[in-house]
Design a protein around this ligand. Structure first.
Ligand SMILES: NC(=O)c1ccc[n+]([C@@H]2O[C@H](COP(=O)([O-])OP(=O)(O)OC[C@H]3O[C@@H](n4cnc5c(N)ncnc54)[C@H](O)[C@@H]3O)[C@@H](O)[C@H]2O)c1
Length: 358
């Protein structure tokens, strides 16, 4: 049987990938040790999702293993061997702020963990496609050097700039800017993934995500902005916006649309490819605009405060230009826009709050 190995399988992207590839007929080996709870506390726990996957997917096997454990990772890859058709590597320490607390943990999970998985692929299933969830944080704060203009509810790049119409493309430098330690560990992983494609001819691809989001996100203050905002709105908890007057812009892509992009890549991989992947001009908002939309959809006001202190290395304006991916995979298209994403997240958040209360 064809096997998909998914790391971070209980997280937002990993769980969507496990369901999607399982539905396409693959057996799925999911690797996740719920380290998200260690990073972000109870809000971040992904245990609920592990239970759901085990209950709902017939050909799913869960491995509660740390991706840094070379022996155990090699054992899993060895046991499936060339049956492994695709690896989607989505396990990570995903937060800027948390990385500064434990730089060694951040770097070893994001960089060393990726190297171990690439090496396992090269040794035990070299024909498999290897998909890596990279991040737009590999560009550090270079996007903040763009000519930005302040509007009533958001920052925007100047209309005269080439990035205005479609957003930021892959030509943006990843060098000589402030990345945060998280950005650095992801750069290391991103270039390793490219190198295993270019040097060893593995079928690797790095998807540099904007804001990846969806109802399966275990939103925590330090990671998962829309999911955490929805959680605060539903629980009537105050939300703190860090810096830029709440006008910082993120583009948001639903986990389904991202995983569908992985599926297209898997069927026709381009070794060493790098793609900016996000909501693009199709789906983006500032934090203030997201709050407005949630208020409109829930009919309730959201309590929030704006702290003057911005997150170090944070982007003021980010919109992904996704045309490179669209040109390579013209059959792919978005299913979700921002409104539908937020609606789904709100419904899931209310559902989870109710089930926890009962
Ligand atoms: N969510 C976003 O906005 C966003 C944006 C850009 C890039 N990304 C990247 O996409 C990927 C997936 O993000 P997500 O939002 O699904 O994250 P997530 O935190 O929801 O999922 C990651 C999962 O990996 C697991 N994990 C962490 N360290 C592990 C380890 N050492 N061993 C085994 N499992 C481990 C966690 O328990 C968690 O369930 C990450 O690489 C992240 O950096 C996310």
């Amino acid at each position: 049987m064809s096997v998909a190995i998914v790391t971070g399988s209980s997280g937002l992207i990993g769980s969507e990938t496990a369901r999607f590839f399982h539905q396409k007929g693959l057996e799925v080996g999911g690797i996740d040790n719920n380290m998200r709870e260690y990073f972000f506390g109870a809000d971040g726990s992904t245990d609920w999702n592990t239970r759901l996957l085990k209950q709902s997917l017939k050909n799913f096997k869960h491995y509660s293993i740390d991706i840094r454990n070379q022996t155990e990772i090699f054992d899993i890859f060895k046991s499936y061997g060339n049956n492994i058709q695709v690896i989607v590597h989505a396990a990570a320490q995903p937060s800027h702020d948390w990385a500064a607390r434990e730089p060694l943990t951040d770097f070893t999970v994001n960089a060393n963990g990726t190297l171990i998985l690439l090496e396992a692929t090269r040794l035990f299933c070299p024909d498999a496609t290897f998909i890596f969830t990279s991040t737009n944080k590999v560009y550090g704060d270079a996007p903040n050097q763009l000519p930005l203009v302040e509007h009533e509810t958001r920052w925007e790049v100047a209309e005269s700039h080439p990035f205005f119409e479609y957003g930021i493309d892959e030509s943006m430098t990843i060098d000589q800017s402030k990345h945060s330690l998280f950005g650095v560990s992801k750069v290391a992983a991103d270039v390793l993934v490219q190198e295993y494609g270019r040097y060893f001819d593995l079928k690797t691809g790095a998807f540099r995500g904007g804001c990846l989001t969806g109802p399966s996100h275990s939103g925590a203050e330090l990671h998962g902005f829309l999911a955490y905002l929805a959680k605060c709105a539903v629980a009537d908890k105050p939300y703190t916006i860090y810096g830029y007057g709440g006008k910082q812009v993120r583009d948001n892509i639903h986990s389904y649309d991202l995983v569908n992009a992985f599926w297209h890549f898997y069927q026709n991989p381009r070794p060493g490819a790098v793609y900016n992947t996000g909501g693009s001009r199709h789906s983006n908002c500032s934090v203030l605009e997201a709050i407005q939309l949630i208020q409109e959809l829930t009919g309730k006001s959201v309590r929030y405060e704006i702290s003057e202190v911005a997150r170090s290395g944070d982007h003021i304006w980010w919109i992904s230009d996704i045309r490179k991916f669209q040109n390579d995979y013209p059959q792919w298209s978005y299913r979700y826009d921002l409104r539908r994403i937020v609606q789904e997240i709100l419904e899931a958040t209310k559902g989870r709050a109710l089930s926890q209360a009962s």
